[in-house]
Each structure stands twice: as C-alpha cells, then as structure tokens.
Write a protein that binds this ligand. Structure first.
Ligand code: NAP
Length: 232
C-alpha cells in the first residue's frame, strides 16, 4: 500500500516509520520541505528536529502536503488539530477524494495556556469537521486516545487495551482495522463506535488522558474497556 502521512511531528514520524518498517511505500507531508529540513531546534516537547529522524528514514520521502496526499492511496492526518483543516486544504480536496483518510489528530487549543481547551467540543468534533469539509473522503477517526508510541506498538502497555474506530464508511473502517491489526492490535481490542460523530467522545477523552499523563508521569498507558460476558 502507498501511505501519505501528513504531519512531520513526533506522531507523523512514528506512524510513517512503522508503516515503512511493515513494507509499505510511505511519503510524509509538510508545508514546505526545505523549511522543514533545515530546522535545527527541537519541537516544544523536546523531540529532535525532523532532519534527525529523516536521516534514519531516507526511504520516507518528504513532500508538500499536496504532493504527499496525491501520491498516497490512504492518507493519514497527523497535523496539529487547530490547523488540520488548513493542512488538508493545502493537501487538496481532489487528492483526498475517494480515499480513506485516517484522522489521529486532537483539537487541542493551547491559546489560553495549559491545560489546553478542546475546540470543537460537545456538539462537534475535529473528525466531523474533516468529514464535512471533505465529503468525498472516507474519514476514519482512530488512535487519537493514546500516545503515538503505543499506537504503533500496543505491547508497550501490558495486557489487552482498547483502540476506538469511528467513521461513516464501513469498508474504510474495515481497512483501518486491518491496518491496526498489522500494528499489533488484536481485533478484539478494536471497538467500532459507529459513525463519525463518535469522534466527539473519543476526542473528549483527551482531558482525562492528559490528567492521567500528569498523575502517572509517563505516557505508556491506555484506556481499556472491559465487557461483561453476559448482561442482565
Ligand atoms: P504537531 O506539532 O501537533 O503538528 C505538527 C504538524 O502540524 C506539522 O506537520 C506542521 O507542519 C503542521 N502545522 C503546524 N502549523 C500549521 C499550519 N499553520 N498550517 C498547516 N500545517 C501546520 O505534531 P504532533 O505532536 O506529532 O501531533 C500530531 C497530531 O496528533 C496532533 O493533532 C496531536 O494532538 C495528535 N496526537 C498526538 C499524540 C502524541 O503522542 N503526541 C497522540 C494522539 C494524538 P510542518 O510540517 O510544515 O511544520
């Protein structure tokens, strides 16, 4: 498969690296490849600049958002949630048409400091905004409720734990579930929450996730939904 990962942050890199290690053809999208490659400062979370990662992942071509989206059969959005719509506009609606668009972003708004606000929230979600803005794309929201290293290596967290998927297209969700399985997620860990409006719920888990990060002091944890064998 040919994957276009939009986003050069730690999430885009981690997922692109995993996809590449699984033998997929992967490109990674950015606003301006030259600018991205000459950055020398770590990101606000202390991750090294993109070029450091890219030196070890020369097989993953760095392209503009539009070039990347155009060359992928499946597009994965790993851009900052507050600019996701702008990034996907730059990718171009025509380059998303008919494609599965996996959305792992969270609309965390740090404009008023920390903890961040969620925007949109309650009556809307980023997943829905993306689907509305690009009606010919098949948006599947998934993996946004955990750290990126857990996304691609669920065994970092012992035992069974949960990854949610939601979206309007059943075939797209099936394809994404297959991809998750290839990342190491047992099918029994995947919970399909239904249509894309369920992204409201998964995105609204973020305040709990962020609080857990503070309490636990690290990000190797995840939500686990346990279901009783029988209900009364
Ligand atoms: P990030 O810093 O949130 O986003 C980086 C990407 O956003 C870059 O590709 C950057 O483009 C793009 N961007 C920034 N400003 C832009 C603008 N004005 N217009 C268009 N694009 C712009 O990266 P991240 O920390 O890897 O997170 C990616 C997403 O995953 C976020 O939505 C985050 O909430 C979500 N998420 C993160 C984790 C995690 O483990 N950190 C877990 C779950 C979900 P350039 O490449 O041009 O700089």
């Amino acid at each position: 498969m040919r994957y276009a990962v939009l986003g050069t942050g730690i999430v885009g890199r981690t997922i692109a690296g995993k996809l590449s290690s699984l033998g997929h053809e992967v490109v990674i999208g950015t606003r301006d490849p030259e600018v991205t490659l000459v950055r020398t400062d770590p990101d606000p979370m202390g991750n090294p600049p993109f070029a450091v990662w890219h030196a070890d992942h020369g097989d993953v071509r760095l392209l503009t958002f539009a070039e990347a989206a155009g060359s992928g059969d499946t597009v994965l959005n790993a851009t900052a949630g507050t600019v996701t719509l702008a990034a996907l506009e730059a990718a171009g609606a025509a380059n998303l048409t008919g494609k599965v668009v996996i959305d792992v972003a969270n609309a965390l708004d740090f404009s008023q400091g920390t903890p961040p606000l969620l925007n949109p929230v309650n009556t809307d979600s980023l997943g829905e905004q993306v689907q509305r803005a690009f009606p010919d794309a098949k948006v599947v929201k998934t993996l946004n409720t955990m750290n990126c290293f857990v996304m691609v290596d669920p065994a970092r967290v012992p035992g069974e734990h949960t990854v949610f998927v939601c979206g309007d297209d059943a075939d797209a969700k099936e394809a994404v579930t297959e991809l998750l399985t290839s990342f190491g997620w047992p099918e029994s860990s995947v919970i399909d929450l239904g249509d894309i409006s369920a992204a409201r719920g998964t995105e609204m888990l973020l305040p709990v996730w962020l609080r857990l990060l503070g309490v636990l002091g690290h990000a190797d944890f995840n939500f686990h939904i346990q279901v009783a064998r029988t209900s009364t």
